[in-house]
Design a protein around this ligand. Structure first.
Ligand SMILES: Cc1cc2nc3c(=O)[nH]c(=O)nc-3n(C[C@H](O)[C@H](O)[C@H](O)COP(=O)(O)OP(=O)(O)OC[C@H]3O[C@@H](n4cnc5c(N)ncnc54)[C@H](O)[C@@H]3O)c2cc1C
Length: 294
């Protein structure tokens, strides 16, 4: 197989890929769909590094559904996630996030593994993965380990990926026992929009509308996705009504720490973070209702 001097390599198996990484260590850059790496290439940020293309690795493909678990290969594209019956059953909020991700062309190229490893605070697959306590399987030539997504993502663009490791797959416990599965996104336009704020929510409601269990994860309101045990505990046992959600307002404000940037002000993000929470009282049926323009 081709070694060191190459500037681009496309291994055919995972074993080949991790062996290659052992030789190349920090002189290489992993490439999946390339939708983020392309911008780094253009800016010169990764000049001189050997690109290791993961797109031919069969071990990173496919969505496997077991009775209680969903295993999604890191190389699965957003289009595949959006159209998967298994994901629609076991992780509906993730399916919704995938359906409004980028554009059709981006969804056909971009992978879930690339979205996780990019670790953008605005990454759209991240809140749905946080509410399902996703576990990531990382593999190298010497070992395989599992880490929770909350520990893996350490800050914008910072992940716990050791030298020689590849993200192989994502493991999710199915969220079948929740009655409501939400993903909402506010961007600057209807397509190709980076989230100004996004929110994934899972709610188990009693027949009389009492919140029995709730999990909420906001994106783009802090350096990493925010899940607040205080907000979740406060809402548990209360009726799912506007007044209840309104009472959670101060707790939400405490949990988040948004910034001003080119897309929106911190103050706007603070308002939208609560605005998206209020949407839990409304129906969500079509992709049109998932993404709104700021
Ligand atoms: C026009 C446009 C629109 C976009 N719209 C959205 C959007 O709506 N929502 C959103 O969240 N993002 C969006 N993005 C960002 C981007 O498409 C996503 O982050 C995408 O999921 C990245 O996946 P990829 O396969 O292209 O990753 P790549 O660009 O190939 O890689 C991204 C990063 O992950 C690393 N990596 C990839 N796979 C692995 C692996 N298996 N193991 C370890 N490291 C790995 C790479 O080294 C790189 O650092 C958009 C980008 C563009 C250009």
């Amino acid at each position: 197989m081709m070694r060191p001097k190459a500037t681009y390599v496309r291994p055919g198996t995972l074993t080949e890929a991790v062996d290659l990484l052992q030789d190349l260590d920090d002189r290489c850059k992993l490439l999946a769909g390339g939708t983020d790496v392309a911008t780094e290439l253009r800016s010169g940020a990764i000049r001189g590094r050997c690109l290791v293309d993961l797109s031919a690795l069969p071990e990173l493909k496919g969505i496997h559904e077991a009775e209680e678990e969903l295993v999604i290969g890191s190389g699965v594209t957003l289009s595949e996630i959006a159209s998967s019956a298994g994901v629609a059953r076991g992780a509906p909020a993730l399916a919704k996030a995938a359906a409004v991700f980028g554009s059709r062309q981006i969804r056909n190229m971009a992978t879930i593994g690339g979205n996780i490893c990019r670790a953008s605070p605005a990454g759209d697959t991240l809140p749905p993965l946080y509410v399902q306590d996703a576990e990531l399987e990382l593999t190298s030539s010497s070992k395989t380990r599992r880490v929770s997504i909350r520990d893996f993502i350490q800050g914008p663009g910072r992940i716990d990926l050791k030298a020689g490791e590849i993200l192989k797959c994502i493991r999710l416990k199915k969220a079948a026992d929740f009655t409501m599965h939400r993903f909402d996104k506010i961007g600057n336009r209807k397509a190709l929009a980076v989230s100004i704020v996004n929110l994934a929510g899972l709610v188990a409601l009693s027949p009389d509308g009492i919140i029995q269990r709730i999990r909420l994860a906001w994106g783009s309101v802090a350096p990493t996705v925010v899940r607040s045990s205080r907000v979740e505990a406060f809402l548990t046992g209360k009726p799912l009504r506007m007044e209840t959600l309104d009472q959670a307002y101060p707790l939400v404000q405490d949990a988040i720490s948004p910034i001003d940037d080119a897309r929106a002000s911190a103050a706007y993000r603070r308002r939208v973070a609560v605005g998206l929470l209020f949407r839990l009282t409304t129906q969500q049926e079509s992709p049109d209702s998932i993404m709104d323009i700021a």
